[in-house]
Design a protein around this ligand. Structure first.
Ligand code: 2BA
Length: 109
């Protein structure tokens, strides 16, 4: 058995859960926060039999789209550390960051 952990954008979470359930996969959605942007994203956990892993990965790739996001960062003027101006930067956020882990044990009580 594998555990697929996918970090996706909030906007795609509803569609992804629908698609997974439609294909009879069980999934859990967790609210998460990206370390770089420090804004909300979604982590989806899917426990799946080994031979179905690629199907789950394909569904995630199909549903979750990469998007550009403008992030406002602070930039120092003329090297003076005290004077910062807001500076917009375009960041491409991937459709999904996917990890596939081996499951040592799976039980339901
Ligand atoms: P964040 O950490 O908020 O990162 C959002 C996007 O910012 C990233 O998109 C990437 O395009 C950019 N970014 C991240 N770190 C950067 C850096 N040090 N310098 C410049 N740009 C940077 P993605 O790579 O598609 O990642 C989307 C989200 O997936 C991440 O949100 C994070 O929550 C998660 N993630 C990505 N790689 C991960 C990893 N190796 N381990 C755990 N979580 C990861």
């Amino acid at each position: 058995m594998k555990l697929v952990v996918a970090v996706i954008q909030d906007k795609d979470s509803g569609k992804l859960l629908e698609a997974l359930v439609e294909h009879n996969f069980k999934a859990t959605k967790l609210a998460s926060t990206g370390g770089f942007l420090k804004s909300g994203n979604t982590t989806v956990l899917v426990g799946v039999e080994d031979d179905k892993t690629q199907q789950v990965v394909s569904i995630i790739k199909k549903v979750c789209k990469a998007r550009e996001k403008t992030v406002t960062t602070m930039s120092p003027i003329g090297g003076a550390v005290e004077s910062y101006v807001p500076y917009p930067v375009e960041v491409v956020i991937g459709g999904a960051t996917i990890f596939v882990l081996d499951v040592a044990q799976f039980e339901k009580a």
